[in-house]
Design a protein. Structure first.
Lengths: 117, 117, 117, 117
């Protein structure tokens, strides 16, 4: 089971790195934030081993530039993500920590074996 | 008016280059394509001088990899875009031409002056 | 010739939008800045109609995060770019203007016809 | 020590996901490939916990489009990466597997404790 857990952790890291560098720089505002959240969740949700993914973009951090919009920065993005490989699960997240968008493993566990009568 | 028209053309180019390189590589499938279309339209629609923008992603070109999804390629993207600077308008598009995602100016014109009685 | 000039302007816009959204978010520091400048110049230099391109990244703006590096932001990037379509040339640039990375047409001209004796 | 190993694995995943989605779509050719390799190695090398990183881009896969260049695709990229968290090391790689750019853990180990006399 160790190998499945390691892979669940590895896959969680991949997804966080991927979404960060795919979407940072996208023009965004409080009005368009929900469509961007949906697109990020759905696109990363296609990648292998993603169980659940929830994205929240911090509207309050979207300061308007001279043309009235903002750009997606890492520190605006909160992610909660669960990857599953076999029965191993990894819950990871990204969250602003001071000025850094920190990616962390929240917890790993093994799903209970379903009884098959 | 020449200057406004030139700027409308320049701005149209910026938007096409921007959306291409922001979103190429995003995981996508026929199921998630419409959320990605919406996110692209809304984000690029925030940029200065964008009048109208319509994105269509070619579902038929989304071949499944070994994990059942695809990745956004330039040749999957059709864009119709109108930029407006003062009364100058530029209609530009991106469309697959053979194997190349060609960006072109479709037409430029000046909007009629509105009578102000 | 009008058409060639319009296309030179359009192509300049494409390149500026492209490089911005391709490279924003890249980890960078004063030590690695020159390799990133070289990679941006060489990659955008491959695109059609690029005559000259010069990139400068503002080292002084690269504030260290908690892990000792920074990330490429639009306001760190200065670009001087010349596109050529036929005999039409467009010199465009991107440069920080307050908090905005402004893209502008600097000047357009027609190259003198070379005498062919 | 388990926790350090888990984090080394997680960090390796982050780096592979990050570099993929940051650089895919970049214009590239056999002539410019080495400058792009250098920029990727140096930028990802800035991220926390990266011990070693080697990038190789497959020149043979760079088919020329109608303008004589190509674009970076995931399947062109080979990466060998070692992350270090405390004494835990994770060697991970990305490599083309059929049509998929597969990311894998190659091996994890603990570095021998240095004797301190």
């Amino acid at each position: 089971m160790a190998d499945e857990q390691e892979q669940a952790i590895f896959e969680a890291g991949i997804k966080l790195g991927a979404l960060y560098h795919q979407f940072v720089g996208t023009p965004v505002s409080p009005v368009t934030a929900s469509s961007l959240e949906a697109a990020i969740e759905q696109s990363i949700g296609l990648q292998p081993y993603v169980g659940e993914i929830r994205i929240h973009l911090d509207r309050a951090a979207m300061e308007e530039n001279m043309f009235g919009y903002s750009e997606l920065k890492g520190t605006m993005i909160s992610v909660n993500l669960v990857t599953r490989v076999g029965r191993a699960c990894c819950h990871a997240r990204m969250e602003r920590k001071g000025d850094y968008p920190l990616m962390e493993i929240v917890d790993c566990h093994e799903e209970p074996k379903t009884a098959d009568y």
